[in-house]
Design a binder for this molecule. Structure first.
Ligand SMILES: [Zn+2]
Length: 234
């Protein structure tokens, strides 16, 4: 039995548009989670081609897809499975020049990239456009997630005014990664988008979800009222 509030929430999901930046270890489960939850429109951004190293964890790809654009192939596979959903593929690298144009058509942004430079580009663009954003990162056996409602909750720049460079943070490529942990965080990102769009459930705002070698905790965060990125004064 569906209550009226369930129907209203389902309608909001059907009308919702979510952008997934990065169609890798986080982006796969994120996109699948959005599609299975009934989000009506999904955008996928990735400039890479399918590589043999992607096949074990990125289950939308098969050996026959090697060398093909990841965004386009993932979009085709999702359309085959979820014919009622609008899925757009952006086979491009997000840059300071094009990011706002891509993000502007969406209601919620999932950062499923794996490098600090990309993460802060997606983050800063989303905050400037006042788009809710799910941040997540997984390296080794550690993962973290934070949802940002720009101007209302703590953003990454409230925590790190200066973005770390790609050299300062270990990447999955260098440090390896625990596959199921990445999958879990991708689904957490999808569920944050679903909660935000449907207006039901508590978001991971002003608290960082941290999983470290199997230890789960949330760390309370406070917004910096003078943050140069999310402050209403800028
Ligand atoms: Zn901030």
């Amino acid at each position: 039995v569906t209550s009226p509030s369930d129907a209203a929430a389902a309608n909001r999901l059907r009308a919702g548009r979510v952008l997934v930046v990065g169609v890798g270890g986080l982006g796969h489960p994120a996109a699948l989670g959005l599609a299975t939850a009934g989000v009506g429109s999904i955008g996928l951004v990735d400039c890479d081609r399918v590589d043999v190293s992607n096949l074990p964890r990125q289950l939308l790809f098969t050996i026959g897809d090697l060398g093909q654009p990841k965004a386009r192939i993932a979009a085709e596979r999702l359309r085959q499975r979820f014919g009622h959903i609008t899925i757009d593929a952006f086979d491009l690298r997000l840059t300071a020049e094009n990011a706002a144009g891509v993000l502007t058509g969406y209601d919620f942004v999932i950062d499923a990239t794996d490098r600090p430079e990309s993460k802060f580009l997606v983050h800063d663009t989303a905050v400037h456009l006042r788009k809710p954003l799910s941040h997540a990162g997984v390296v080794g056996e550690r993962g973290q997630a934070l949802t940002i409602l720009p101007g209302r909750s703590c953003c990454l720049r409230c925590l790190f005014p200066q973005a770390p460079t790609d050299d300062e943070i270990p990447t999955c490529e260098a440090a390896g990664v625990l596959g199921p942990l990445v999958g879990m965080f991708g689904y957490i990102q999808a569920s944050e988008a679903v909660k935000c769009l449907s207006g039901r459930g508590d978001l991971l705002t002003d608290r960082l979800l941290s999983v470290d070698a199997g230890r789960w905790r949330t760390i309370a965060l406070r917004r910096d009222p003078d943050c140069s990125t999310c402050s209403v004064h800028t």
